[in-house]
Design a protein around this ligand. Sequence first.
Ligand code: ZN
Length: 163
Amino acid sequence: MRAMKTHTLPKYIHPKRFCEDAVDLSGDFPISQFERLKGLLSDDEGRVVVHLAFRKNKQHIPYVEGNLQVQWHLICQRCSGKLPHATEISLLLSPIDDEKYIERLPEDYEPLIVEDDKILLSAVIEEELLLAMPLVPKHETEECMQVLRQFNDGSSTTIKKGV
Ligand SMILES: [Zn+2]
């Protein structure tokens, strides 16, 4: 099998063709380019490193196995402060043309609906990041401003708001 390596990520991917050709893709995206995701984060700093391997299984079903590593600034749900966090996401996607084929996929494959034989790579990545985002991220207690405030209130010292 011929493996095509590339170090820059294409704007569009052609999953079925890439699976035929056993393509490997690696590269990264700045968080700042993900419009929907940005709004849910403390700021848009950070990058996501992407590794994708397009293959076919023994039943000739195309699949994309991948790994995303992201450093992002979440919002602490206790103090609303910036919460730097590293998340690693494993992907196992299978490209299909239509939702009606979902039930034919092996159970551990997540369907990737691809119309017109191509799909915007950043949209696939953003969707996975949104799904993987921790629901209620919180600082460790010793780092959390809200916990520090309560602690200070409890010991009857004062702390200025916003400090
Ligand atoms: Zn906090």
